[in-house]
Design a protein around this ligand. Structure first.
Ligand code: NAD
Length: 551
């Protein structure tokens, strides 16, 4: 049966595979396509424009069957969403190795990718879509919350109360923006061209209200701002039209960003095109559509720069919209920074990044138990404690219950080992899958995002994500992936992911200790190598060895 169908991960402790690592990969693969989790599951699209979990439904079936059949000393190879081989390895080797969307340098562009995709030879893996560790909008929520907290600290005395943030895009990742702003006590106005996405975010409690139009949105926003009351407002419209209109009206906006799927011009709706015509037009005339999308992005970014000139805090939120706007003819697109150099790099220097885990039991009580474990492990970290409490209260799970929190060098290994103990003692009812986003400290080369403006100019050096994947493979991760493109699009990034399974065994503990030490350590050494003294201090404190600093 190679036709679309409804997929949901199994729950509970009964295995349909030959071991927990294989079962974990199977459940997380299926969980990515749960209708509660995926944006367009019928097309196997999880999030981020066209980010898919498997190439087609036949590949889905063959991956499922292969994972069920896989021995504890075998490894399944997945090439852009298609299972291509099963090999005898050993029990410390990953059970799955994944490579998605990779193209040779000179061929790494959208037209060539689409040509190959149309021939059924590849798929777009985004970051956690094709590497089976997407956990719904929560996956980006803490990063977005941290980013807005950094904006608040930098410009508004530590809170967004009494401010209005304007942004666009309420998709799988962008949908985190309204909740992240209200968690920082601010008001968010979010422009989205597809009404069904606005309703989905309200249903999942990420967005508070839908405005009847622009006037209504502004009235609601100003009133809430004046009362210093957090509120998020979705408004239907095209950002390429609404942003310039708000600028023209002199709307009182304090912070501006964007999270439409700008990384892929076919996933950005140009002004004047209806949502209904979008897919057909993009498919029929991809080049013409790209030109129109870039022209619209130029207008969209020109308005963002207008708000910058008017004194707002403006940043690119990791979707490459500046480069697309530049391609569309707007020369000042890079006047505002990306969010990593503006707010996140110091965290990367500490090996800190989006650590996450999912309860394979399906039982929310297991996540509540891990939340308590994190609070017990790091009692001195008030910021983390506030996040864990807020997430416990305000985050609605999508699919398998999961949690994310940014942890650094030393902390990730401590958490992983504690979780494994909780599984071993039966305090948690089934194993946990522990992974992370590819947007992490040492796992990505992306000159418009994670590695923008590196101190030594090494932004485009892509050896680091490859070393990261090799180290995780050598350290005992359960599945490891190497992708191209991700959040910023073809030709603009290489990145790697890992997921490890805490099944309560001694072997899992030995693997977790190594992976969760070495994985963030690649980020620490990457930043030491680029000349960040903060990273050198972290390396020293945690015994991360850097030969060029020895002797
Ligand atoms: P998505 O495709 O699920 O959602 C994008 C949304 O933008 C859709 O709902 C779409 O209708 C809307 N949209 C498109 N064009 C529009 C326009 N002109 N006006 C208004 N709305 C428009 O994608 P996503 O998963 O939400 O990701 C959004 C972007 O963020 C992608 O480019 C992704 O690669 C990037 N991203 C950033 C980070 C980060 O950490 N900052 C992480 C992951 C992804």
């Amino acid at each position: 049966m190679s036709t679309p169908r409804t997929v949901r991960a199994a729950r509970g402790t009964a295995l349909s595979a030959k071991g927990w690592p294989q079962e974990a990969a199977l459940r997380m693969f299926h969980n990515n396509l749960d209708p509660e989790v995926a944006e367009h599951p019928e097309e196997l699209v999880v999030y981020g424009g066209t980010g898919k979990a498997a190439r087609d439904w036949r590949s889905f079936d063959r991956i499922t069957a292969s994972l069920r059949d896989l021995e504890g000393d075998e490894t399944l190879l997945v090439q852009s969403g298609r299972p291509v081989g099963i090999m005898r390895t050993h029990e410390w080797a990953p059970r799955v190795l994944i490579a998605n969307s990779n193209l040779v340098g000179d061929w790494a562009n959208w037209p060539e990718f689409r040509r190959l995709e149309a021939r059924g030879l590849t798929m777009y893996g985004q970051m956690t879509a094709g590497s089976w560790i997407y956990i719904g909008t929560q996956g980006i929520l803490q990063g977005t919350y941290e980013t807005f907290a950094a904006v608040a600290a930098k410009r508004f005395g530590g809170t967004l109360a009494g401010t209005i943030t304007l942004t666009a895009g309420l998709g799988g990742m962008g949908g985190a923006q309204p909740l992240a702003v209200t968690m920082n006590d601010g008001v968010a106005v979010v422009v989205e061209c597809d009404g069904s996405r606005i309703d989905r975010r309200i249903e999942h409690r990420y967005l508070d209200v839908r405005a009847d139009g622009l006037d209504h949105a502004l009235d609601l926003a100003v009133k809430a701002r004046d009362e210093r009351r957090p509120l998020s407002i979705g408004v239907l419209g095209n950002a390429a039209e609404v942003f310039p209109e708000l600028l023209r009206r002199g709307a009182p906006v304090d912070v501006v960003t964007d999270q439409t799927s700008a990384h892929d011009p076919l996933a950005y709706l140009p002004a004047g095109v209806s949502v209904e015509d979008w897919k057909d037009l993009a498919r029929a005339e991809p080049e013409e559509f790209t030109l129109r999308a870039r022209e619209s992005m130029a207008a969209h970014v020109e308005a963002m720069v207008g708000f910058l000139d008017a004194g707002a805090e403006v940043f690119d939120y990791g979707n490459s919209i500046r480069d697309e706007a530049r391609e569309g003819g707007f020369t000042r697109a890079f006047d505002f920074p990306g969010f990593v150099p503006a707010y996140i790099r110091p965290l990367f220097c500490e090996g800190r990044g989006p650590f996450r885990w999912a309860a394979l039991s399906g039982d929310p009580a297991d996540i509540a138990r891990t939340d308590r474990a994190v609070l017990d492990l790091f009692p001195e970290n008030e910021h983390l404690a506030r996040w864990i409490r807020l997430a416990g209260e305000r985050v609605a799970f999508q699919g398998l219950p999961a949690r994310i929190c940014w942890l650094g060098q030393g902390e990730r290994a401590a958490a992983g080992l504690r979780f494994n103990e909780l599984v071993a003692s039966g305090e948690i009812s089934a194993p946990l899958a522990i992974g992370r986003d590819h947007l992490d400290t040492g796992s990505v080369a992306s000159p418009y995002r994670e590695t923008e403006g590196m101190r030594d100019g090494s932004d485009a050096i892509a050896d680091w994500p490859l070393l990261n994947a090799l180290v995780n493979t050598s350290s005992g991760a359960s599945w490891v992936s190497v992708h191209h493109g991700g959040g910023v699009g073809m030709g603009r990034s290489l990145h790697a992911g890992q997921v490890s399974v805490a099944d309560g065994t001694d072997l899992a503990a030995a693997k977790l200790e190594r992976v969760l030490t070495n994985d963030p350590a690649t980020g620490v050494i990457r930043h030491v190598d680029a000349g960040y003294p903060e990273a050198e201090r972290v390396a020293e404190a945690h015994g991360v060895r850097v030969p060029m600093k020895e002797g």
